[in-house]
Design a protein around this ligand. Sequence first.
Ligand code: KIV
Length: 286
Amino acid sequence: MREKVTAAAVRARKGGPRLTMVTAYDVVMAAIADRAGADMILVGDSVADNVLGFPDTLAATLEIMIHHTAAVARAQPRALIVGDMPWLSYHVSLEESVRNAGRLIREGRAEAVKLEGGRKRLPVIEALLAAEIPVMGHLGLTPQSVHVMGGYRVQGRRLEAARALVEEARALAAAGVFALVLEGVPAVVARAITELVPVPTIGIGAGPHCDGQVLVFHDVLGWHLNRRKARFVRQYAQLGEAAVVALQSFFADVRSGAFPDESESYRMEEDEERAFVDLLNELEGG
Ligand code: KIV
């Protein structure tokens, strides 16, 4: 039996072995991710676009995040459950931020929370840590800032922006985050941050030098149809296409009468069935 992964255990993995994280949004995804050996399961606010069909993550509310985090927690994974703080759940006041993170922990059974942003998030991070809530940081292409960034653009491509990212990463690490997601940044910048900060970096679209990698469940497994694949995604299966083929076979068997067969049907007790057939014959006779 492998030991439960904790935020402290993740923090201690700086320098290796490399950490694995994948998103999951329900009990089956969580069980699959856990069986496959994930170190961390992220209940991402990407539930909004990947599961609920919204155009971006801004639609995720605290209630949605609690609902899906609780579903993931019911799988009782060995992996650390990280609950994403949705947009506006940590932007209004420190008091509200702590209460909201607390709900993700208490009602959603998350074991850590993740929030996006750099230095301006330091007071929130400190308040959450003071409330005994482990915090994962998230820098670079932060999807909750889509309107400020002017789209989903790689961040830190120019010298000043790269320097700023390094400083932000150092500040978050000094504040006490146990790990740091780096999303959509040049590999050379992610490498520098990984070398400079004492906590594990988890990359997504951030090159190969991070202490770990994260991808969205649907992207790794092709659990969608006709989705344009981002450059940083490696797709290991085409489950969406496979599901269409499986359902087509089911529908064909229904139409032809091949489903269900005897092995998929229930029977009466033998004596009772004989008596029932006699009864039917009697009824038909008369
Ligand atoms: O919500 C999410 O899926 C994320 C990952 C992309 C890091 O934040």
